[in-house]
Design a protein around this ligand. Structure first.
Ligand code: HPA
Length: 273
C-alpha cells in the first residue's frame, strides 16, 4: 500500500498536469462563502473526485472543486467545499488537501468559516479575525505514525495564526472603513450545535466563537510550515446567548448579508499579503 508521502506526490502530479506554475496562497471557503471563486480569472477547475486520494464533501451549500486562478493580483488556489469531521471522515482525511497544497509549493493559507459568537460583545454579521484556537474535538489530525519528510512529530502551535497577517487584516478592514472583531475559535465536532452549557464552557475557557471546522486544517498547515490566516463570519449568536433556537438557514442568511464586507476584506488582504 502506498504511504501518505507517495499519495501526496501522486495528487500533486495530477494537479500539475493542469497547472505547472507557482501559487501564492491557498484559500478555504466555508459554508456559503464559495461565491468568491466566481471572480477568479483564467480559472482551472478540478473536481475532487478526479484528484487521486481526495475525498468528497456531502454538505448542502458546498461544491467540490479545487480552483486555481488569478485573483487580486495573485495566483490563488481555492477549495470550493471543505471536508468536515462530522461527515465521518477522520481528521487526517479532512486535512489531506493541505498536505497536497504544501506539495504544490504553497506557503500561505487563508481559512474562513461560519461560526457562532459566544463573546457577548459580538453580533451576527461581525467578522472575527482568528487569533488562536481551542481544539475541543478530542482528536488531532496528526495522530498516527509521523513521516519526518512531511513535518516534525511535535509541531509548535504558539503562533498558529500568523500575527503579522492578523495585523495586516486589521489594517485592511480599517482602510475599508469597517470594524472587525478578533478572538479565539473553538472547534466542536458537531454536527449538533452546542448546548447552552457547552457555550458557557467555551466562554469560560476563553473562546469567542464556536464552530465545526478549520482547526484540523490549521494544525496540518502549521505542521507543514505554512503561514495561516483565519476569518470567522459570525453568523449567529451561539446557543443560549439570546435564547433563540439555532438553524442552518440563519447561518446561510447571515453569510449572504455580509457577502460584500467579507469579500472586500478577503480581496484587499490577498492583494497585500
Ligand atoms: N455553532 C457551531 N458551528 C456554527 C455555528 C454555531 O453556533 N454557527 C455557524 N457554524
Amino acid at each position: 500500500m502506498a504511504d501518505l508521502y507517495d499519495n501526496v506526490l501522486n495528487s500533486v502530479k495530477y494537479i500539475k498536469k493542469s497547472y505547472m506554475g507557482d501559487i501564492d496562497i491557498a484559500l478555504i471557503l466555508g459554508s456559503g462563502l464559495s461565491y468568491l471563486v466566481e471572480q477568479f480569472e483564467n480559472k482551472i477547475e478540478l473536481a475532487y473526485k478526479d484528484i487521486p486520494n481526495f475525498h468528497t464533501s456531502q454538505v448542502e451549500g458546498h461544491e467540490n472543486t479545487l480552483v486555481i486562478g488569478d485573483f487580486c493580483g495573485k495566483k490563488v488556489l481555492a477549495m470550493k467545499g471543505r471536508f468536515h469531521y462530522y461527515e465521518g471522515y477522520s481528521q487526517s482525511d479532512i486535512t489531506y488537501p493541505i498536505r497536497v497544497f504544501k506539495g504544490l509549493g504553497i506557503d500561505k493559507i487563508l481559512v474562513t468559516n461560519a461560526a457562532g459568537g459566544c463573546n457577548e460583545d459580538f453580533k451576527p454579521g461581525d467578522l472575527m479575525l482568528i487569533r488562536d484556537h481551542i481544539n475541543f474535538s478530542g482528536s488531532n489530525p496528526l495522530i498516527g505514525p509521523n513521516d519526518d519528510r512531511l513535518g516534525t512529530r511535535f509541531p509548535d502551535m504558539t503562533k498558529a495564526y500568523d500575527p503579522q497577517g492578523l495585523e495586516l487584516m486589521k489594517k485592511c478592514a480599517g482602510e475599508l472603513g469597517f470594524d472587525v472583531q478578533e478572538g479565539v475559535y473553538m472547534f466542536f465536532s458537531g454536527p449538533s450545535y452546542e448546548t447552552p452549557a457547552e457555550v458557557r464552557l467555551a466562554g469560560i475557557l476563553g473562546a469567542d466563537a464556536v464552530g465545526m471546522s478549520t482547526v484540523p486544517e490549521v494544525i496540518v498547515a502549521r505542521y507543514c510550515g505554512m503561514k495561516v490566516f483565519g476569518i470567522s463570519c459570525i453568523t449567529n449568536m451561539a446557543a443560549g446567548i439570546t435564547g433563540e433556537n439555532l438553524n442552518h438557514e440563519e447561518v446561510i442568511d447571515t453569510t449572504d448579508r455580509v457577502k460584500s464586507k467579507f469579500s472586500s476584506l478577503v480581496k484587499l488582504f490577498i492583494e497585500k499579503v
